[in-house]
Design a protein around this ligand. Structure first.
Ligand code: NAP
Length: 307
């Protein structure tokens, strides 16, 4: 029997990825939506999650696609009512609120899945396996895209808690923290804030790891043309390149076949697996790196940003 699921926050990612992924899975039935201004044709729609949960006791799972600043209360409500919850990335606006959700899910005995869609990209498992027994020397991450193309008119990303350029950058961090055999420690950061916004438009970061490992990340939201979502890992025995956000992989310049990129179908398969096993999966490592960057980062003024 498929799980009965409600989708909350019908915007870009819900429409482009969640709805098609749910339609293609046998594990979930999309039974209802909660969104103030939008819905999905043919699906029972509510203005908010509270009224949905009151009306639909049959909904056992809730998937939250709202921006991170507006997700905590809904997640808490659903968990308190014993529903399983999946969170879009980043899982919340602060580490503490997600930790509180983890505790609540554990106490209620339900699943909390903090999803990281880039970790579900095709090349990530192969990259992790290739790196598992290698000594990493240097890591270079480039995450550059055009905010006007990828997030047109989304004001929440420029408001406190919206992460700014770390909204895409955290996707790269979610890959780094999944594939590297050792954790990275942020050592320096420079964050460039448009003078009229609360969140950064670009960032340069430096990290260290064990045995002299060094890493750098360059994030920029004003890159026009093709996005650059690349990670290069130099080891003592070869260089791994991940490109297209983890969809493609090469070793010493030679492409490695990794199969079709199916990020969102993979996420829902994982959510179903966690529910069936009675488990939780909420890794905060990518969000912690972002928090560290805001703590340690030097703030530099950048020109005002206008759409
Ligand atoms: P979005 O389209 O701007 O927002 C999703 C929906 O959330 C909105 O349409 C809105 O629907 C609802 N919402 C509820 N409260 C809101 C509030 N106070 N302010 C603004 N919207 C509110 O954003 P999105 O691009 O789908 O991103 C949502 C999440 O998915 C983010 O965490 C993002 O990082 C993640 N994500 C996005 C992408 C992408 O390419 N866009 C890719 C992967 C992951 P109603 O007005 O109907 O309530």
């Amino acid at each position: 029997m498929p799980h009965t699921l409600a989708l909350v926050g019908i915007g870009e990612i819900a429409r482009n990825q969640h709805v098609p992924a749910l339609q293609g899975t046998g594990a979930f039935t999309l039974a209802a939506t909660a969104s103030r201004n939008a819905g999905v044709e043919g699906i029972d729609g509510y203005r908010n999650l509270a009224s949905l949960l009151d009306a639909r006791a049959d909904v056992t799972c809730v998937s939250l696609c709202t921006p991170p600043q507006f997700r905590y209360e809904d997640a808490r409500l659903a968990l308190e009512q014993g529903r399983h919850v999946m969170l879009e990335k980043p899982p919340g606006a602060t580490l503490s609120e997600v930790e509180a959700l983890i505790d609540l899910a554990r106490a209620r005995g339900v699943t909390l899945y903090a999803s990281w869609h880039s970790r579900a990209a095709a090349a990530v498992p192969a990259a992790r396996d290739w790196l598992a027994d290698r000594r990493v020397r240097n890591v270079s991450m480039t995450w550059k895209e055009d905010v006007r193309h990828w997030h047109p008119g989304q004001d929440w990303i420029w408001q406190a808690g919206g992460l700014g350029v770390f909204d895409p950058g955290i996707n790269g961090f979610s890959i780094l923290t999944a594939i590297l055999p050792h954790p990275l420690r942020l050592t320096a950061a420079e964050l460039r804030f448009p003078e009229n916004r609360d969140t950064p438009v670009a960032a340069d970061l430096a990290f260290a790891g064990p045995d002299g490992l060094r890493a750098q990340a360059a994030l920029d939201w004003l890159e026009t043309g093709e996005p650059k979502w690349d990670i290069v890992v130099a080891t003592e025995s070869g260089t791994l390149t991940l490109s297209k956000g983890g969809a493609e992989m090469a070793v010493d310049g030679v492409p490695v076949p990794v199969g079709e990129n199916r990020e969102y179908p993979n996420l829902y398969a994982r959510f179903a697996e966690l529910i069936d096993r009675g488990e939780r999966d909420a890794d905060l490592a990518p969000l912690r790196l972002v928090a560290d960057a805001f703590m340690l980062g030097r703030r530099v003024a950048a020109p005002a940003f206008r759409w």
